[in-house]
Design a protein around this ligand. Structure first.
Ligand SMILES: Nc1ncnc2c1ncn2[C@@H]1O[C@H](COP(=O)(O)OP(=O)(O)OP(=O)(O)O)[C@@H](O)[C@H]1O
Ligand SMILES: [Mg+2]
Length: 330
């Protein structure tokens, strides 16, 4: 549904300086995928989405959306996609419904159909009661949902969502996830950018990780989880009543113990596995400790990037820096 091959974007700055924001990205998104596009700040997520949305021209590379080459028919592509930008904007003097109806005009949708569609979408994103209110008075989460409704006004086949859940509380996040899953059932392909690994894990079936404009990995969630599993667990946070020193002494075999206001934290030794957690649980149960929760400390996204990019992480960021670094060819 989305085919990207060798996508490169070089921004030109002052005094002929250049910055390579995207460096030969290649990946494929299948029809009906919820494709996670994961990367830290500045990785190139928004740049990629803007190129896919035909807002920004690529420097080089080939893109096909729904089988159509992007450079040849950007208009045909515009009709097939819906984009929810990082910072959605609305017409402040129009109500939520009027915003949607106005937006529909850009797709040549007539007033009557647009009004019907607007009501349908407002209810789909749970904003039916706010239809007559202006987005200026909306909460942050409501604005996000209105932006999603706006992205759906032209019945797109492909949805491009740029960090749609950033800044939302767990409930708001869950709502967006449910909407996206619902859209998947209707056959819509979603390109979902995020820097939150756990949300991508629960929502997406395939994922690409990018860092510094380079593709680190593109894989199924199952395979990625296996990779993450191999990285081990950093430790565990145990929520329990205060524990006697005799018992914590027995736990030092697993790692460094630190008392917290919730119980204890254990920082595991290098290369520890999840098996540690059940062994610790066993010790606690045998000592009649009432455990409320055991929260594993997974490797952070940054650690995963470092692991997956140990070579790439040390590479220069700007093209000017690259010139300073001697390479084998020079
Ligand atoms: N118009 C521009 N001119 C120069 N550099 C740019 C421009 N737009 C983006 N960049 C640079 O390209 C890189 C990628 O930016 P981009 O906004 O795509 O990252 P991102 O992954 O969306 O980050 P975030 O998580 O912060 O939203 C950044 O280093 C950014 O400074
Ligand atoms: Mg961004």
């Amino acid at each position: 549904m989305i085919e990207v091959s060798g996508l490169t974007k070089v921004f030109r700055g002052e005094k002929k300086s250049t910055f390579t924001a995207l460096d030969h990205l290649s990946f494929t998104v299948e029809e009906g995928d919820i494709f996670g596009f994961l990367g830290p700040n500045g990785a190139g997520k928004t740049t990629t989405i803007q190129i896919l949305a035909t807002i920004l021209p690529p420097t080089s590379g080939r893109i096909k959306m729904d089988g159509i080459p992007l450079e040849r028919s950007p208009l045909a592509i515009k009709k097939r996609i819906g984009i929810m930008p990082e910072n959605p904007g609305f017409y402040p003097h129009l109500t939520a419904r009027e915003n949607l109806v106005y937006h529909a005009q850009f797709y040549g949708i007539g007033q009557v159909k647009a009004a019907r569609k607007a009501d349908e979408l407002l209810s789909f994103v749970g904003l039916e009661d706010a239809a007559e209110r202006r987005p200026g008075v909306f909460s942050f989460g409501m604005r996000k949902r209105l932006a999603l409704a706006t992205a759906l006004i032209n019945d797109p086949k492909i949805l491009l969502l740029d960090e749609p859940t950033v800044g939302l509380d767990p409930r708001g996040m869950h709502l967006i996830h449910e909407i996206v899953k619902n859209l998947q059932k209707q056959g819509i392909t979603t390109f979902y950018s995020s820097h939150i690994l756990p949300e991508v894990e629960v929502l997406c079936n395939r994922v690409a990780i990018i860092n510094n404009g380079k593709l680190i990995v593109v894989d199924t969630i199952e395979n990625l989880k296996e990779t993450l599993g191999a990285l081990g667990v950093r430790g565990v946070s145990i929520h329990c009543p205060p524990i006697d020193e005799k018992i914590t002494d027995g736990l030092t075999q697993f790692g460094k113990i630190e008392r917290t206001d919730r119980g204890i934290d254990i920082a595991f030794k290098e290369g520890s596995t999840r098996q540690n957690i059940s062994s610790i649980n066993k010790v606690l149960v045998e000592n009649d400790i009432e455990v409320f929760a055991m929260v594993p400390k997974e490797p952070s996204l940054e650690e995963i990037f470092l692991k997956l990019t140990s070579k790439e992480a040390t590479e220069p960021k700007t093209d000017a820096d690259k010139e300073k670094v001697p390479t084998k060819d020079k």
